[in-house]
Ligand binder design. Structure first.
Ligand SMILES: CC/C=C(/N=C/c1c(COP(=O)(O)O)cnc(C)c1O)C(=O)O
Length: 387
């Protein structure tokens, strides 16, 4: 479970048995005909895949390049998270466990896990930082309706990293009955590989759709990077095609010098967090730095190890976009294309808008629109008060 020097299983001994059980399931159950047929049927009939690949007519005209959006916001539950939650929910049932445990920041993974649990007849427990409980209340309400038990976390910065810490502790104690449905392509092996496996449907569909609609591969594939699951899902199919530029977009927060951000690939250093060696925001004596982003799903001081590997090998590049640039992209997509994107996804759109001058005319830029923005109404309202 390594990506160059990154990855691994840096966990307490007590977590090795459930992790090895998941690795075994990933190598035996997931590749089986039965599992793949069941997963594919659910992706089609329950999630509504394939998700659309949509060329933005107005922005493409104004910007001079073809802006294509992979519409993961149109999936059931409103984001890419459902692809992974469903796959892991099926695995949970195959392993004979009754409880699906999740961490959540933006609440989209929490909703996706609660959705999979309700449909598969499993119990669901979601750990969520108290700060995120209040700033993503729309998703908190949805999780309740779907039957999940939500555990607000008051420690640390009361955001995603604290939810993961608490979820890992609960999992150690309840591992016999509980599957930890890890929500992003981070964490100890096998999670980064397992989550990539379930999210890679994004890139497989996008490649086929681009060849059919544009008659060629995209020149750029762009995705926001929190823990890294929508980005690795969009990138994976294109990695062998060197002519396709892979651009991950991290959150720069306010962008003010000395202020907190969530850009470990750009501004972090190698270290271990949540069971994996990757890039992270830490002080010189190894204390985790607080992160910040307007987008709760990007507000995380770590990143999945495969992205650290793709950056180190030079196969992918990682840029940053700050809160204001993301907000401007949010408004631009609303007003010019009639699409209300999640603030996380707005970071990926912002990269295309901010880099118009360096993108050759007529290029095909494929942006993974990872989710819808209904959950962000409160954050937008708050942000606009200070404009
Ligand atoms: C696993 C915790 C991350 C969450 N969301 C992250 C997120 C992200 C960033 O997560 P990754 O794709 O895993 O980097 C992008 N887009 C949307 C719409 C998101 O909700 C969540 O709790 O919903």
């Amino acid at each position: 479970g390594y990506f160059g020097q990154f990855g691994g299983m840096f966990v307490p001994e007590l977590l090795m048995p459930p992790l090895l059980e998941i690795e075994e399931a990933m190598n035996t159950i997931v590749p089986s005909e039965a599992f793949q047929a069941e997963f594919k049927a659910l992706l089609e009939d329950y999630v509504g895949r394939p998700s659309a690949l949509y060329r933005c007519p107005n922005l493409s005209k104004r910007l001079g390049f073809n802006l294509w959006l992979k519409r993961e916001d149109l999936n059931h539950t409103g984001a890419h998270k459902i692809n992974n939650a469903l796959g892991q929910g099926l695995l949970c049932r195959h392993m004979g466990k009754q409880v699906l445990l999740a961490e959540t920041g933006a609440g989209m993974h929490g909703v996706a896990t609660a959705t999979a649990a309700a449909m598969l007849g499993l119990e669901c427990v979601v750990y969520m930082g108290a700060e995120d409980v209040s700033r993503q209340s729309h998703n908190v309400k949805r999780m309740g309706l779907l039957g999940a038990r939500i555990v607000p976390i008051e420690s640390g910065t009361r955001t995603l990293k604290d939810a993961i810490n608490a979820a890992l502790r609960m999992w150690i104690a309840e591992q016999r009955t509980t599957h930890y449905c890890f929500g992003t392509a981070a964490g100890p092996h096998p999670f980064p590989t397992l989550v990539r496996e379930f999210q890679s449907v994004i890139g497989r569909e996008a490649k086929e759709q681009m060849l059919r609609k544009a008659g060629k591969l995209p020149d750029y594939v762009v995705a926001c990077v929190g823990g890294g699951s929508n980005a690795i899902g969009a990138f994976h199919e294109f990695v062998p095609h060197g002519e396709v530029q892979l651009i991950g977009v991290e959150a720069a927060g306010t962008g003010e010098p000395g202020c907190h951000h969530s850009a470990p690939l750009n501004l972090g250093t190698p270290g271990v967090l949540h069971g994996a060696m990757s890039m992270l925001l830490q002080t010189k004596d190894g204390q985790i730095e607080p992160s910040h982003s307007i987008a709760p799903g990007l507000d995380y001081p770590g990143v999945g190890p495969e992205h650290a590997g793709l950056q180190a090998s030079g196969r992918a590049r990682y840029a940053t976009v700050n809160d204001s640039q993301a907000y401007n992209a949010f408004r631009t997509l609303c007003r010019e294309e009639g699409i209300i994107p999640a603030l996380e996804s707005s970071h990926a759109v912002a990269w295309a808008l901010e880099n118009v001058r360096s993108i050759p005319k007529k290029s095909d830029v494929l942006v993974c629109l990872s989710g819808r923005g209904d959950k962000d109404m409160g954050i937008i309202e708050e942000f606009e008060k200070n404009l």
